[in-house]
Design a protein around this ligand. Structure first.
Ligand code: SF4
Length: 755
């Protein structure tokens, strides 16, 4: 679909010389990650080496992808940049705003009507600035990208944390905020701290009930939700080459759940097969021509401990199917232990709904393997106990699996096919009865399972598993059912056992689609008019943020001291709020409403220091803003984990929060805060978190000498007149300090084109 073969040719032509230059400079064999990174330097052929986990490096990504919920803000920012066209191939994908309720066709029609204003905006901006536009119903961004645009050895960024999915096809693909996308589309360098490298060696071969999903569920259990922070995970070993490209995509996709910058795999035959099956045999041919550059040097995988910062080894021969959850994707339980753990923890064991598909797991292989289990329901005289839903990742997948009879198979066991969209994965699931808040269990093949994520019910216990295991558990209706060992009682009262799933890596009759849902941009978009109504409640043109006033920040009120997990879902909730993603002022009414107030253990209830009364976080902050008083947000570990949504940084910026001070940050969120001109600070001494009191007024000193590596001083002025002086670290480099001073990175881009 208009993938840019010339661009790929250019990447492959320059890659060998750049890799050779890097190898000479570094003075040792290179990992695949290093080869891709060093061949995408903004400076061109490498002239220097970089220190992992330390050096900030300017890169030149090959592509940008944006999903509709984040594209609105990314493109509103791009419109401010004053450029006539995007500088690199870019695409927009309409996938997040479609609710899953009745059926695919009905839900899509409702979404097209309800989101018309937003879709028209995205379509016209795309048309004007040369961006490929994938309409609602075309599919989920990451599935569409891997089917059409991802290529081995390439580098892309996307305004969604699961952009990393394209690592399955050997890319370095990284989730970013819209401001980063805006930079790259405006033709500027994109900056990233040179990552650390984690090597994962897969020995053995997937077999029986185990699938690629179980690899990443196991890795998540080992590394936890922040174990991959600041690192690229590179997979290798015989277990990798025997796995499908889409299986690799699933693993790469959920690299986001361990906080990894991205994950990647060396080019192999599975990738060549997938490229050919998706109409890109020419890309495979080009890749074959430089294949030694599209994988690590042989010495690296022979002696990984020397070349990676950390090495993990997993034996696929003995890997068990896993169920991760509830409420966090790193709570990994092998299926054989679920019975015991569910009992011990009081998890509800009746499975109410099994949901398969999403960007994580809707490959042809996934669907065909799940269908092989669904077929056994009738063959073995069973009845499916739980509800069952299928969310295809793209129209191409949906059309092909319909042609091959899988949709009929799923419907025969009561399955409901939702639109080719995010739907239940992002809280866009109008699940009947969810509002009652009853304790219940669901199992799904998506990637995230934070509280409320799927249906808005905080008491829904969501477990993540492979589509095969989800299907088996939906058939059994029981979380503790182990299909490897357990029997089911069929309608005739007989004991039957499910056969292990079987499927095809790729459709034997090839992929097919009638209308993939792609709209190419105008050749010359200069006359295209982008309309944004000033009275719209969904879209709002942006105003530049004000620059730093040049003084230390004094008397900031503590807005909230967030306790425990505070993800981007807690900071800027999705679900019903998705519709305001293009309207900064309106969406700011969800700011931090999911964060737990340390002082009263309640959400969305904080003390207004001006009145002494407790109220919602956004309203309290608006009161400070109206009074011309700045504020500060305090947080715990891994603050801002989860999605790349920059709303989580723009909302506090818009409402007048000046700084976020936490024990540690998730990478994308930290960058997003910096881009928007906020202060993103960390406690030099984590125990100082305990010194923050509810009625504190806080000073941030040392900004006149704000410099890389130089801590800032924070004075906590307590209500009783006492004070504590603590030290805050930061990771700003010179460029980022300029963003802070200018009031945001965009103000610098605007200035560069004289706007
Ligand atoms: Fe959509 Fe879920 Fe994939 Fe995000 S993770 S792109 S919400 S399907």
């Amino acid at each position: 679909m208009a993938f840019d073969i010339e661009m790929i040719k250019a990447v492959y032509e320059r890659m060998p010389a750049r890799v050779e230059a890097a190898r000479k400079l570094v003075g040792r064999p290179l990992t695949l990650t290093e080869k891709i990174l060093y061949s995408h330097l903004w400076e061109g052929t490498p002239t220097q080496t970089f220190e992992r986990g330390k050096s900030y490096v300017d890169f030149a990504p090959d592509r940008v992808a944006m999903q509709d919920a984040t594209a609105q803000m990314a493109l509103l920012q791009f419109m401010q940049a004053g450029r006539p066209k995007v500088a690199v191939p870019s695409t927009v994908h309409c996938d997040h705003l479609i609710e899953a309720k009745v059926s695919s066709a009905t839900d899509l029609a409702v979404a097209v009507d309800k989101n018309k204003e937003v879709y028209d905006f995205l379509s016209s901006v795309s048309d004007k600035y040369g961006i490929g536009f994938w309409k609602a119903g075309a599919g989920i961004i990451h599935q569409v990208v891997i089917e059409n645009y991802a290529f081995p050895g390439g580098m892309m960024i996307g305004t969604d944390s699961h952009t990393v999915n394209a690592g399955g096809l050997g890319m370095i693909a990284i989730g970013v905020g819209g401001a980063d996308a805006c930079d790259v589309m405006a033709g500027l360098a994109w900056e990233l701290k040179f990552p650390k490298l984690i090597g994962v060696k897969l020995t053995g071969k997937l077999n029986g009930w185990t699938s690629a999903k179980d690899v990443i569920l196991k890795v998540a259990g080992i590394l936890t939700v922040k174990g991959g922070t600041g690192a690229v995970v590179e997979y290798f070993g015989e277990g990798v080459t025997s796995m499908s490209a889409t299986g690799k995509g699933t693993i790469a996709n959920m690299g986001a759940e361990i906080g990894a910058t991205t994950s990647t795999f060396g080019y192999d035959e599975s990738m060549a097969r997938y490229l050919a099956a998706t109409g890109r045999a020419d890309v495979a041919e080009l890749a074959n021509g430089i294949k030694e550059y599209l994988t690590a040097d042989p010495e690296v995988y022979a002696d990984p401990a020397t070349y990676f910062d950390q090495v993990i080894e997993i034996d696929l021969d003995t890997l068990e199917p896993h169920l991760n959850g509830p409420f966090t994707p790193d709570l990994a339980t092998p299926i054989s232990q679920m019975k015991e753990l569910a009992e011990k923890n009081g998890w509800p064991t009746k499975v109410e709904v099994g949901l398969i598909g999403s960007c994580t797991n809707s490959s042809y292989e996934d669907i065909s393997r799940a269908a092989s289990l669904a077929k056994q329901v009738a063959a073995k005289g069973l009845k499916t106990k739980a509800e069952y839903t299928i969310t295809p990742g793209s129209e191409q997948v949906r059309y092909t699996i319909e042609r091959d009879g899988f949709i009929d198979t799923f419907e025969s066991i009561g399955g409901k096919v939702f639109s080719n969209a995010c739907g239940p994965c992002i809280g866009q699931w109008a699940r009947a009865g969810a509002e009652k808040g009853e304790k219940n269990t669901i199992v799904h093949s998506f990637n995230r399972n934070f509280a409320k994520r799927a249906d808005g019910n905080p008491n829904t216990y969501a477990f993540v598993a492979s589509p095969e295991l989800v299907t088996a558990l939906a058939i059994a209706g029981d979380l503790t059912f182990n299909p490897l060992t357990d029997y089911l009682t069929n309608e005739a009262g007989e004991q039957v056992k499910l056969d292990p799933p079987k499927g095809d890596e790729l459709p034997t009759k090839g992929f097919a689609v009638e209308d993939a849902g792609y709209q190419a941009p105008a050749e010359d978009g200069s006359s295209v008019v982008v309309k944004v109504s000033p009275t719209s409640d969904r879209l709002q043109l942006l105003e530049p943020f004000t620059p730093w006033e040049g003084t230390d920040l004094k008397g900031l009120k503590l807005l909230i001291k967030a306790k425990g997990k505070c993800t981007t879902d807690h900071i800027s909730m999705a679900g019903p709020w998705l519709k305001y993603r293009g309207h900064l002022d309106n969406i700011s009414n969800n700011m931090l409403i999911g964060a737990l107030n340390y002082f009263n253990e309640k959400t969305d209830k904080v003390k207004n220091q001006l009145t002494g009364e407790y109220g919602p976080v956004p309203a309290t902050q608006r009161a400070y803003k109206a009074a011309g008083i700045g504020s500060i947000v305090v947080g715990d570990q891994n603050y801002g984990e989860g999605s790349s949504r920059e709303h989580a940084a723009m909302e506090p910026r818009h409402l007048g929060v000046r700084a976020v001070l936490v024990k540690s940050f998730a990478r994308i969120h930290e960058t997003n805060l910096k881009k928007q001109g906020m202060l993103a600070l960390t406690f030099a001494n984590e125990a100082d978190y305990d010194k923050i009191q509810e009625n504190d007024s806080i000073d941030i000193n040392g900004l006149a000498d704000f410099a890389p590596g130089k801590p800032l001083e924070i004075v906590l002025n307590h209500e009783d007149g006492s004070s504590d002086t603590i030290v805050a670290n930061h990771s700003y480099n010179d460029q980022q300090i300029e963003w802070f001073k200018a009031g945001g990175a965009l103000n610098i881009i605007r200035a560069s084109v004289g706007k």
